[in-house]
Design a protein. Structure first.
Ligand code: TXA
Ligand code: MG
Length: 350
């Protein structure tokens, strides 16, 4: 299949291009598109065959459910069997935006889309290209992140091309994304509601609206022995090809420890890399050092993380050490993704 690459300016959206992309989805095809979190791979959420195509294109296990993207509140009532007060309140505060809610599924949503589950994940993105595309496609777009299964989610169209060229009909390129990590997922089918995947919308923000909110116990700990409630979180996602270890501790100890390890790997003839921040980037003796930005700006770190992981792959780095990040605010999402990428390999030094 030839994949058509279309450039769309999010500030001056070309309606004819969006209509054409919407038509591809209506006809059962797949279109990758930008959202404020990461690029998504869109298909018609109400068409079982479209969802099957998404799984095939990504090489994704079909028990891993897709998020249904909508553009207005009426659509929520169509895909969810019931819309509790909690969902309305969250939508009022955080939609459109980087929040996904799990609700009981309506019959109209095929089980292919929900990976066989009775519940459905729903999100209303804020990115203007995503919103226009959803409308043009008929209002219900199933979209996982637009990466091959097991690779970091794409924060640029060029990464979608790398992973999916020749496997999907079209890619809408609107440049880089704003947030860089996938949406927060909150399960509203339990009492109290529970966060299944941390993201830009934090627990504290959700609790301001809902009162007590729980966290899936597998979010920040090794998940061996306990199945995470978001099926996708059980797969070893975001894994770089190199062996990644997180090093937690105070500044100088971390630098000393990592440099010591690097000497050893160098003697073994292995290519080394470090994920660090602006303040420490000059201090490491690794072959490749990448700063994720200023430690005080977690937004920047979130936006750079997946690009950095992909670049280590491209540069064939064999062993990677990452500084740890605070787990406050969006830092929790950063550490959740890093821990997964590292297979929970973390050392504490002092
Ligand atoms: O920011 C995002 O959410 C991006 C953009 C494209 O919107 N999408 C995204 O989709 O990250 P994906 O498929 O890569 O991740 C969806 C996650 C998976 O971990 C999946 O298991 C979980 O959501 N999920 C989907 N439906 C679910 C359900 N009914 N119950 C529990 N978890 C669900
Ligand atoms: Mg994904």
């Amino acid at each position: 299949m030839e994949t058509k690459l279309v450039r769309i300016d999010e500030n001056h959206i070309d309606a004819a291009l969006i209509d054409a992309a919407g038509e591809v989805i209506r006809a059962g095809g797949l279109v990758a598109f930008p959202t404020e979190t990461v690029y998504g791979l869109g298909g018609d959420a109400l068409n079982a065959q479209s969802s099957e195509k998404i799984y095939r294109a990504k090489g994704r296990p079909s028990d891993n459910p897709l998020i249904v993207h909508i553009a207005d509140m009426d659509a929520l009532g169509t895909v969810a069997r019931e819309v509790p007060e909690s969902a309305r309140k969250l939508a009022g505060r955080f939609w459109p935006g980087p929040l996904t809610m799990i609700l009981p599924k309506a019959d109209i949503v095929p089980r292919e889309t929900t990976g066989g589950l009775d519940t459905v994940a729903v999100r209303m993105p804020v990115h203007p290209v995503a919103r226009e595309l959803i409308r043009a496609a008929g209002g219900y777009v199933a979209a996982p992140s637009a990466n091959r299964s097991g690779r970091p989610s794409p924060t640029l169209a060029k990464y979608v091309i790398e992973d999916l060229d020749g496997r999907i009909n079209m890619i809408l390129d609107s440049g880089d994304v704003e947030i860089g990590l996938e949406s927060t997922i909150v399960d509203l089918t339990t009492e109290p509601p529970a966060i299944l995947r941390p993201g830009y919308i934090t627990r504290r923000m959700l609790e301001e609206v809902l009162g007590e909110v729980a966290e899936d116990g597998t979010m920040m700990r090794d998940d061996s022995g306990q199945a995470p409630r978001a099926p996708g979180m059980k797969y070893r996602h975001y894994a770089p090809r190199g062996e990644l270890t997180i090093v937690d501790g105070t500044g100088e100890c971390v630098i000393e420890y990592i440099n010591g390890r690097i000497e050893r790997h160098r003697a073994e003839g292995r290519k080394t890399g470090v994920i660090c921040t602006d303040a420490s980037v000059g201090r490491y003796r690794a072959d490749v050092c990448k700063s994720a930005g200023d430690r005080r700006s977690e937004e920047t770190v979130a936006r750079e993380l997946y690009r950095i992981l992909r670049e280590f792959d491209d540069e064939n780095v064999e062993v990677i050490y990452a500084e740890a990040f605070d787990t406050d605010g969006i830092g929790q999402a950063i550490m959740n993704r890093l821990l997964k990428a590292a297979g929970h390999r973390i050392v504490h030094v002092s």
